[in-house]
Design a protein around this ligand. Structure first.
Ligand SMILES: NC(=O)c1ccc[n+]([C@@H]2O[C@H](COP(=O)([O-])OP(=O)(O)OC[C@H]3O[C@@H](n4cnc5c(N)ncnc54)[C@H](O)[C@@H]3O)[C@@H](O)[C@H]2O)c1
Length: 383
């Protein structure tokens, strides 16, 4: 790719570490600036990528050489950081979830429109190559009409070392905003039509020591009578990777890794320090996937056949046979930066834009509200 995109990043923690290899390997990108109040993290990124370092988003956004900013800060900062970047004329890639409230998403979408800048939300697992392949197979008629989608995953999300905000519902913590967004994005991409309403339960915080939702079940109704069930637990007991051939969310073969989670947290005297240790340090220390990433078991049921997504592709079962369709292994997370490059250099509208991110957040918030009230929640910002 000629004319690489000059990228800046704000927030150099775990989320950035998971994308760092894709950024470094992407021929259409050059990371030329990074910002974080943590000077050590800034120097680590400068060591790996070169470029300039800043202490905050305002200084990064003031760098005239930067074209786009990847916002990788905690959820409750996404709106302010996106507005600062957009108003400085930068395109924005903002981590999931797009923000914490719908009002915040409206402001971000309005600012992107006013400044005529791209706003992309990701990477969620809806960017994963098997999800794209499954969507292409559905569009080509491989299973007739989609009728029902099942998504199930169980991780140790709640018991990995956490920041206080990650365990605070009003700051966008908990499994619904942090994790359901992946399943919602995947299911929406596969349903291919707008969602209509949500019925959900979370059961509240099961563990008094970590007072935030760690699990949920939801039923999402879509146009055309399609419905999806989304089930998740982040309590670190059953390991959902056992349903995925022992391959982790990050595409690494690590059987039974949850067994270490609870004892490790129990033995941790300083959780904040353990959380900080998960930030970006060196490219060599960033996870190196062996397969595609995934977000657990996903099966799409159609009138003529069914699709099961795996970390390596898509299995099609119909009345005649079962066949496997591999999704060629590329650099995981390259897809989100491909979308950013295509949007900025070729004006190609991204699927996961601001309106997409708002629609997925609306489903999360509706699930939380519906779990509290017991009532079915209508949706109004779907597409
Ligand atoms: N897509 C994924 O799979 C994935 C995985 C992990 C995290 N994430 C997302 O990444 C985002 C950040 O989460 P994380 O896990 O990296 O958290 P983290 O705590 O590991 O990192 C956050 C970083 O932001 C920095 N920061 C805090 N306040 C700041 C400010 N005012 N200005 C600039 N930088 C500031 C911190 O110093 C830290 O380096 C969240 O949206 C999260 O959901 C996504």
């Amino acid at each position: 790719m000629s004319d690489p995109l000059r990228l800046g990043v704000v927030g150099l923690g775990r989320g950035f570490a998971l994308s760092a290899r894709a950024i470094a390997a992407h021929p259409g990108l050059r990371l030329v600036g990074a910002a974080d109040p943590d000077d050590e993290s800034c120097r680590a990124v400068q060591g790996a990528f070169g470029g300039r370092i800043y202490g905050d988003i305002a200084a990064l956004a003031g760098d005239p050489d930067i074209e786009a900013i990847y916002i990788c800060t905690p959820h409750h900062l996404h709106r302010d950081h996106a507005l600062t970047a957009l108003r400085a004329g930068k395109h924005v890639l903002v981590e999931k979830p797009m923000a914490v409230t719908l009002a915040e998403t409206h402001a971000m979408i309005d600012a992107a429109e006013a400044e005529a800048r791209q706003l992309i939300v990701g990477p969620s697992h809806s960017f994963d190559a098997p999800v794209r392949l499954a969507a292409e197979m559905i569009a080509a008629g491989a299973i007739g009409a989609v009728k029902m989608i099942h998504a199930l995953y169980a991780t140790d999300f709640l018991y990995r070392p956490r920041r206080a905000a990650e365990l605070a519902g009003d700051l966008g913590g908990g499994a619904v905003l942090g994790q359901a967004i992946h399943q919602i994005d995947v299911v929406r991409r596969l349903a291919g039509v707008p969602a209509q309403r949500v019925t959900a339960r979370t059961g509240g915080a099961w563990d008094p020591a970590r007072r935030v939702e760690g699990a949920y079940a939801m039923l999402v109704d879509f146009d055309g009578g399609i419905f999806a069930t989304l089930t998740y637990s982040g309590h670190g007991h059953f390991d959902g990777d056992r349903l995925m051939e022992g391959i982790s969310e990050l595409g690494i073969r690590k059987p039974d890794r949850h067994r270490a989670t609870h004892p490790r947290l129990h033995a941790t005297a300083d959780e904040a320090a353990a959380r900080r240790a998960r930030r970006f340090t060196r490219l060599e220390d960033c996870p190196q996937p062996e397969t595609h990433e995934h977000f657990g078991q996903v099966i799409v049921f159609g009138t003529q056949g069914d699709l099961r997504l795996t970390p390596e592709g898509v299995e099609l079962s119909d009345a005649q046979r079962r066949s496997f369709h591999p999704a060629p292994i590329t650099t995981p997370r390259a897809e989100v930066f491909d979308a950013l490059y295509a949007a900025i250099r070729h004006g190609r509208a991204p699927l996961q834009d601001g309106a997409w991110g708002r629609a997925s957040l609306e489903i999360c918030l509706a699930a939380l509200a519906g779990a509290r009230s017991g009532a079915v929640q209508p949706l109004q910002f779907q597409r």
